[in-house]
Design a protein around this ligand. Structure first.
Ligand code: NAD
Length: 255
């Protein structure tokens, strides 16, 4: 489907990012996937897609401007400018109330979950600007971009900001035919939900709260991301697609 176009997928060593990298690779894209700490996992994802002419893994802290520059320079040297970008790298909420939260904690999550997409989107767009080509961006947000939780001020503020970054950038880039969309998952069974994966009782209790009756799989998110990057989604830009088994609709019930 993607005919050798290049996709950069951040957070590609794990969870949703790994599933996206594999799905895009299977759909014909060349893939540059990033890892933060787990090089072996990232290399395994890359090799499951193909040899180094099809997929490479690059270390990058997405919240670090020079690391993002290195990522894109490496990707361009390998495969030329990327036409697709998926921002999946991110940290979860700390669970610490604002009154007790250190600035460093807030900064850590906002840097990964909001500065990261800012930096990668900016570099992605600049490279396409030089070539005057269209492209597509998907930012992995969360239902918590709208649904706040006590103890989630770091994550929820970052994802709320990401929603506006996505929408604003979509307006800026529409004349250049660069589509920008968000995907907002609910509970997906990845290492971000490791305690539910390890503890059947916890998982069952959480799944009971989901109208669809189960948590989602990373491959289901990857299928949506693949569609949003595909030619069939040409007229979709500036929106966030929720994928959560209707979990986010359950707020304010029974009151
Ligand atoms: N799993 C869920 O239930 C869920 C729900 C809603 C949204 N999300 C979002 O989906 C995205 C992917 O999460 P996941 O579930 O695959 O979790 P995950 O923990 O499996 O993957 C996240 C990856 O991002 C990497 N990362 C974190 N900070 C980084 C940084 N500064 N630079 C580079 N890499 C960094 C981590 O090392 C990890 O590999 C995240 O943005 C997350 O907020 C997940």
């Amino acid at each position: 489907m993607f005919y050798d176009k290049t996709a950069i997928v951040t957070g590609g060593e794990s969870g949703i990012g790994a599933a996206c990298a594999k799905a895009l690779g299977a759909a014909g894209a060349r893939v540059v996937l990033t890892y933060y700490h787990d090089q072996a996992a990232a290399e395994a994802v890359a090799r499951s897609i193909g040899d180094t002419t099809r997929a490479i893994a690059v270390q990058a802290d997405v919240g670090d401007e020079s690391a993002v520059e290195h990522l894109f320079a490496t990707a361009e040297a390998a495969f030329g400018p990327a036409r697709m970008l998926v921002n999946s790298a991110g940290l979860n909420m700390s669970g610490v109330m604002l009154a007790d939260m250190a600035l460093a904690q807030f900064d850590r999550v906002v840097r990964s979950d909001l500065y990261g997409p800012f930096l990668t989107c900016r570099r992605f767009v600049r490279a396409l600007e030089a070539k005057d080509q269209g492209g597509r961006i998907v930012n992995i947000s969360s239902i918590h971009e709208r649904a706040p939780r006590p103890g989630g001020v770091d994550y929820d503020a970052a994802k709320g900001g990401l929603a506006q970054l996505t929408a604003t950038l979509a307006l800026e880039l529409a004349p250049r035919r660069i589509a920008v969309n968000g995907v907002a998952p609910g509970m997906i069974l990845t290492p971000m939900n490791q305690s539910a994966l390890d503890n059947p009782a916890e998982r069952a209790a959480k799944e009971k709260a989901i109208p669809w009756g189960r948590a989602g799989q990373p491959e289901e998110v990857a299928a949506l991301v693949t569609f949003l990057l595909s030619p069939a989604a040409d007229y979709i830009t500036g929106t966030t697609v929720v994928i959560d088994g209707a979990l986010s609709l359950t707020v304010a019930q029974g009151a």
